[in-house]
Design a protein. Structure first.
Length: 333
């Protein structure tokens, strides 16, 4: 009987230190200078706000900050803190040098956000005891913690809260080579022998996002484990991509269906989002927040005042020939 090789995660995929972190060179340099200065002074640090697309390392960097400051990490989200009492309960259970990570901080309710102001500025928590004429305000000291906020929508954070953070850092998408390095590192951690060509194939389909790259790699691990392969090569990854319906540049079946609906069904004339939602039987927010951002970023889609149009680059990828009509609107040959 064949005994299948067990593949286990040796440790978490998140790096523990800045030296292990791949990509975001400018952000890493700034954080290193910032943390080195804090450790040298031995005092409380200012607070940090990360913003950028999802899946590119905001939570991972908060773990690294906690490790570099020799503190513990408390993770919460703006939507989870619904009352001022929730914030008070979290803060009173922290210790000096701890890091409070608030994901999607733009979703904090207004009363909670205002309660956070003196915590950020002075390390004091103002709470109200009692009701009516007998109510009084009590100021409680808060441990010297570091608050790390993260958001995908910077514009939704109020100016008073945003301006209270001492360090505002933008995280951007990774290069293909950086994603490939992350895949090779993750494969080593998960004890998966992988060829360089296979790592490159996954990197090309990961939409320049580490979270997606690691998700694909984990599904590849499933194939290796189930079929008892000796290593992960390009032949296995091709089978995986066919199974997952991911094309050569990371487009899903839904992305391709979206592009073909515009280019073929509507003859590549401008189409409104409501029309597309009906044609695809999808929600409007799914189209605007899930499908379109990547297509716009790679130049396959163009938004016009009249609607959405597939670009010549997108039509070329779909093997659809187009020509420009007299009003410079692309149409099918």
């Amino acid at each position: 009987m064949t005994i299948k090789r067990k593949i286990k995660d040796i440790k978490q995929l998140r790096p523990k230190t800045l030296s292990d972190y791949v990509g975001q060179g400018a952000v890493v340099k700034t954080l290193k200078l910032f943390l080195d200065a804090v450790n040298k002074r031995g005092g409380a640090t200012e607070h940090i706000l990360f913003y950028g697309p999802p899946g590119i390392g905001k939570t991972t960097l908060s773990h690294i900050i906690a490790n570099e400051l020799n503190g513990n990490l408390k993770v919460t989200s703006g939507a989870a803190i619904t009352k001022t009492g929730d914030l008070a309960a979290i803060l009173t259970n922290l210790k000096d040098n701890d890091v409070l990570f608030i994901d999607e901080i733009h979703r904090l309710p207004k009363p909670v956000e205002e309660m956070l102001y003196p915590v950020i500025e002075e390390y004091f928590l103002d709470i109200i005891i009692g009701k009516g004429p007998s109510a009084r305000t009590v100021r409680l000291p808060v441990p010297k913690i570091t608050i790390v906020g993260a958001t995908t929508k910077l514009a939704l954070i109020s100016a008073p809260l945003r301006d209270r953070f001492g360090l505002l850092l933008r995280l951007d998408y990774y290069s293909i080579s950086e994603i490939q390095s992350i895949i090779e590192r993750s494969a080593e951690i998960m004890n998966i022998p992988i060829t360089r060509s296979a790592a490159g194939q996954i990197a090309n389909r990961a939409r320049r996002t580490p979270r997606i790259a690691n998700r694909i790699l984990k599904r590849a691990r499933d194939m290796v484990e189930v079929n008892d392969y000796k290593e992960l090569d390009s032949k296995i990854t091709e089978s995986l991509f066919n199974l997952l319906d991911i094309d050569s540049i990371g487009l899903s079946d839904l992305d391709i269906q979206y592009l073909r609906t515009i280019a073929e069904k509507f003859q590549n004339t401008p189409v409104g989002v409501e029309t597309l939602a009906s044609a695809l039987s999808e929600d409007r927010r799914t189209i605007e927040e899930y499908i379109e951002p990547y297509l716009l970023r790679i130049g396959f889609l163009k938004k016009t005042p009249r609607g959405r149009v597939v670009t010549p680059k997108g039509c070329s990828h779909l093997n659809i020939n187009i020509k420009l009509d007299p009003v410079d609107q692309p149409s099918l040959v």
